[in-house]
Design a protein around this ligand. Structure first.
Ligand code: FAD
Length: 368
């Protein structure tokens, strides 16, 4: 088996040791065997946020296929409905199936995250987000297997250090997410979404920002918008042979952003600044706080002179024909071809605007 067979980019070399697990007990056994054999471990969900090099991975790949949904309607001690539902979902469930389930059953809070591929267990890893929702706003905690401590433990959301496309997992916590606990709004009576928080989505729904509309309408509108950008997996659409957005939107100081052309989109970053003392050598978390703005990586790429559909001569990797932020495999590309295109895009944006774009997918065995 090759990573090319199990990732949405369709690139990457051999997997020598592949184990699929359907229960947490099987997972722990697979981890313990690998540890005894001195093999590094790579957990695989849907393979939709991974770029693995052509040499593959010298260790054990564990594909998580655990299933299960447990719903509890939150009640006060006197038995009154609090208006929320606590839902525990196994890591191996498909994220988009869960969104569809929540919409069908009247639970609100993740409807704008429709159409994102991958597994539930991977959702907290980079704090998936789209169309005005981020999964961190509805996660209350996760059960993990801590690989270093060798124990199962619960991590509440306030210890997960969620930020834009970031969490404690991306900062080096070696742990496998077993299940995720969500608190969703109980909208079974109204079937209404959470307030719409994204201009383009409000426009597609023909409502004002902040309006609440039928959950099913939000899902449909998001899926349509995403399809128009090649952001819903579709075997018939070569623009979806990608890892989604290949670069995160850079966050820069408002001061720096003034050096960019006037028409460069800027979105103020609203979260409160968090003062933290970091040890020397510690991972420096992404900037967050007042005086900061998020830029559009897609705008930077286009305005660095890279059009949709662009590819380097002789390469089978190309920028999506629908969206400059997605790098795609046009058939038979190697991981090195994808990486070569990524390097070129980065260097063009850096030389034009002085910003080094950061990749969104997890890169293994490949340097950008
Ligand atoms: C067409 C397309 C559109 C996309 N759109 C979006 C979008 O709108 N917003 C967005 O945020 N992302 C988007 N993505 C990226 C991707 O879908 C998400 O990051 C998703 O959460 C990845 O899930 P996965 O199961 O495929 O993870 P994988 O690719 O299998 O793994 C990604 C990383 O997470 C780790 N991991 C996976 N499962 C676990 C676990 N249970 N415990 C610990 N570590 C784990 C892996 O080891 C790896 O490091 C898109 C991708 C594609 C292909």
């Amino acid at each position: 088996m090759r990573f090319a067979d199990v990732t949405t980019l369709g690139v990457g070399g051999d997997i020598d040791d592949f184990v699929e697990v359907e229960t947490n007990a099987e997972l722990l056994a697979a981890v313990s065997q690998a540890q005894s054999a001195g093999l590094p471990i790579l957990v695989l969900g849907g393979g939709s946020n991974l770029l693995v090099g052509d040499a593959g991975f010298d260790g054990r790949v564990i594909a998580l296929r655990t299933r299960g949904i447990d719903v509890r309607i939150s009640e006060t001690p006197s038995g009154e409905n609090r208006g929320t539902a606590r839902v525990r979902i196994a890591a191996g469930e498909s994220w988009d199936d869960i969104v569809a389930w929540s919409v069908e059953n009247g639970f609100a809070g993740i409807e704008a995250l429709s159409g994102i591929p991958g597994s539930v267990g991977a959702a907290p890893i980079q704090n998936i987000g789209a169309y005005g929702q981020e999964v961190s706003s509805v996660i209350i905690g996760v059960d993990v297997y801590d690989i270093v401590a060798g124990e199962v433990r619960y991590i509440p959301a306030d210890e997960l250090e969620f930020a834009y496309r970031d969490s404690v997992f991306k900062q080096g916590l070696e742990a496998i997410v077993l299940s995720v606990d969500f608190e969703l709004a109980d909208a079974r009576a109204t079937r209404l979404s959470q307030p719409i928080a994204f201009d383009q989505l409000a426009g597609a729904l023909k409502v004002e920002m902040g309006a609440q509309v039928a959950l099913a309408d939000v899902r449909e509108a998001v899926l349509q918008l995403r399809r128009s950008k090649g952001m819903v997996l579709d075997a018939q659409d070569p623009d979806t042979r990608s890892a989604g957005s290949f670069f995160v939107n850079p966050i820069v100081t408002e001061h720096f952003s003034r050096s960019l052309p006037a028409d460069a989109p800027r979105f103020p970053v609203g979260e409160a600044a968090q003062d933290r003392v970091l040890e020397i050598g510690a991972h420096v978390p992404p900037l967050a706080g007042p005086g900061l703005v998020k830029l559009s990586a897609a705008w930077l790429i286009e305005n660095a002179g890279i059009p949709r559909g662009f590819s380097l001569p002789g390469s089978r990797a190309a920028v999506s024909s629908k969206h400059t932020l997605a790098l795609t495999n046009r058939g038979g590309a190697s991981a090195e071809e994808i990486a070569g295109l990524a390097r070129y895009v980065r260097s063009m944006v850096q030389s034009q605007f002085g910003i080094l774009l950061q990749p969104e997918p997890v890169c293994i065995g490949i340097e950008l």
